[in-house]
Design a protein around this ligand. Structure first.
Ligand SMILES: C[S@@+](CC[C@H](N)C(=O)[O-])C[C@H]1O[C@@H](n2cnc3c(N)ncnc32)[C@H](O)[C@@H]1O
Length: 266
């Protein structure tokens, strides 16, 4: 009787194992160990995120956008002036694509959009470029100015939202969009570059959203496959280099799929 019961339990267990292995749905449940997305640490003093009501009025949409922009400013003011974040989470060295692109290139005028704490702008200034860095995070710009002063290099900075900034016409030999977005900028970049001028853009591929939290649902630094060459090609720029490699991201130091583009105004 006891042996019969034992055999019954063993065969039930075996049947369960066979079911799990053979059934793809069960196997998926087994394999799909929850991989937590990496998110940035909480920002001291930053209250709860605003909520956009269902069917918002234009005024509610505008208010939500204003509150989100203010949160972005506070977040980057904190993150980029926190020494631990700068050294442990972000790459303090200049962006490698930018360094490769300007090597051997005669310096000229450069616009560093969404400059941050100045790693790229200061590198360019050290190579003789006349750099203007624009960002909404005034504390990050102040930090960059301090560093530039210490290093004895000239750096012009402006606290401004890039969406409403006057990029100028035929003004820049180089525009840097390093983890700064670029989806809405192609036309402005074309107009603002001098003929022969270059735009250097690096950001995350959309694939990286499986690992990274998309803060506030803002996809400005995430791009779909071939989205950028299509946008910038259509705006009249010549694509000099375009890659979507798995690489070390400057803003997480993780291996993620990135997008890297260099384009030139003919
Ligand atoms: C990921 S950091 C990149 C900083 C810098 N480009 C770099 O590669 O080191 C993003 C920066 O964009 C700035 N930013 C975000 N939205 C902006 C906007 N609408 N106008 C200007 N700056 C903005 C943030 O303040 C922050 O400094």
């Amino acid at each position: 009787m006891k042996i019969n019961f034992l055999l019954l339990v063993i065969s039930a267990l075996l049947a369960a194992i066979v079911l799990v292995v053979a059934n793809p749905a069960c196997a998926q449940v087994q394999l799909a160990a929850p991989t937590a997305k990496r998110s940035l640490p909480p920002i001291p003093g930053l209250g709860p995120a605003p909520v956009l009501p269902a069917n918002p009025t234009p005024a509610q949409k505008a208010d939500y956008a204003r509150q989100m922009a203010e949160r972005t400013r506070q977040r980057w003011n904190y993150l980029l002036t926190d020494s631990l974040m700068r050294t442990k989470v972000f790459n303090e060295a200049p962006n490698a694509l930018l360094v490769e692109t300007v090597q051997g290139h005669p310096p000229g005028t450069a616009l560093d959009a969404d400059m941050g704490e100045g790693r790229n702008a200061i590198y360019l200034a050290q190579q003789g470029w006349q750099v203007t860095g624009v960002d909404i995070a005034e504390k990050a710009l102040a930090y960059a100015q301090q560093r530039a002063k210490k290093l004895g290099v000239p750096l012009k900075t402006e606290v401004h939202d890039m969406a409403t900034y006057d990029w100028g016409t035929n003004k820049w030999d180089l525009i840097v969009l390093s983890y700064a977005g670029g989806r809405d900028y192609a036309g402005r970049v074309f107009q603002a570059l001098k003929p022969g001028g270059l735009v250097v853009l690096e950001a995350f591929h959309m694939d990286a959203t499986s690992r990274l939290e998309v803060v506030g649902g803002d996809y400005r630094v995430f791009f779909n496959t071939n989205e950028l060459p299509k946008l910038y090609g259509a705006a009249g720029l010549k694509i000099v280099r375009y890659e979507e490699p798995i690489g070390t991201a400057d803003f997480t130091k993780e291996k993620l799929r990135l997008v890297k583009m260099v384009a030139q105004k003919p």
